[in-house]
Design a protein around this ligand. Sequence first.
Ligand code: SAM
Ligand code: DTB
Ligand code: SF4
Length: 332
Amino acid sequence: MNAELQLSATLESTNGVSPQWTRESAQAVHDLPFNDLLFRAQTIHRENFDPNRVQLSRLLSIKTGGCPEDCGYCSQSAHHQSGLKASKLMEVERVIAEARKARDAGATRYCMGAAWRSLKERDMDALVAMVEGVKALGMETCMTLGMLDLDQAQRLKQAGLDYYNHNIDTSERYYAEIISTRTFADRLDTLANVRDSGIKVCCGGIVGMGEEKADRIDMLVTLANLPEPPDSVPINMLIPIEGTPLVEAEPIEPIEFVRTIALARIMMPKSHVRLSAGRMAMSDEMQALCFFAGANSIFVGDTLLTAENPGEDKDSALFRRLGIKPFAREAR
Ligand code: SAM
Ligand code: DTB
Ligand code: SF4
């Protein structure tokens, strides 16, 4: 089948309940002329979201550094010499105070991250209190704590956790070049536990790690073909961190990055596509193209978990110039 026919077959099948994407059907969309790709992504975006609203999310590292995993991109792995100082789990009161500040600055979503391989029982009570406290501020809650079993996921759900972030990071093929301490299948198991508990899945990956186009496409095919596409899909552009094995990775070309965002929007029409790490290295114009391609969330504030992020002034100036408004907080 030629690319155009293949594309129309794909689009017809999206009228069904759960279309199965293949590398070929996804690649046919990815490789469309740029204007056709963006027009299609923007059309689908408008059918599902307000095109002039972008959600403001805020991250907090509640436990930093000293992580036993060896993810090749990460400043927090104990396997790399990034110079980051490790810390203990933050106190509940402090987490809630930080969340309140973020809410007062306009964030509607609060994401708490811990540099753990998996969640330990001894920390559960504190985590439950954090979820309850942040929820009580009227914010959407998200956590990313490493691997979870079903019982742990159920307890976080009961505390009011809305989303759990756990990324597949890249294609199954490229994954083993990036992380050796846990497998792609381990990640899928945690995602199944999250889904089965009723917590919404936040799952995406990183581009610009020296992967090939086929890896980016395969990553999105895996995500779109999960039993349900993730409600939330963070697309991170690698922030090269000194002391990590990926510090010299070949950066992704901006147009190719925008194509990845557009493809994510087309393949997962109802998901929040989050323009996540890497915005310090993006021009305003590149970010504007990402919003046009269907990205509808950013992380705000001066820091992500450990790395630098454009500050509030820069982001509000960009939103003003583009006529973009933040998501409104749900009335409670
Ligand atoms: N330890 C938890 C885990 O890995 O599940 C949570 C924290 S981890 C930092 C969350 C995600 O941030 C990673 O899966 C990765 O996709 C992204 N990330 C980490 N370091 C990054 C970097 N240097 N550049 C871009 N994205 C990064
Ligand atoms: C995700 O995919 N990106 C966010 C969130 N999930 C937790 C984290 C980005 C981290 C960037 C590197 C750092 O700050 O250390
Ligand atoms: Fe640990 Fe998460 Fe960093 Fe991997 S990405 S080293 S699991 S903190």
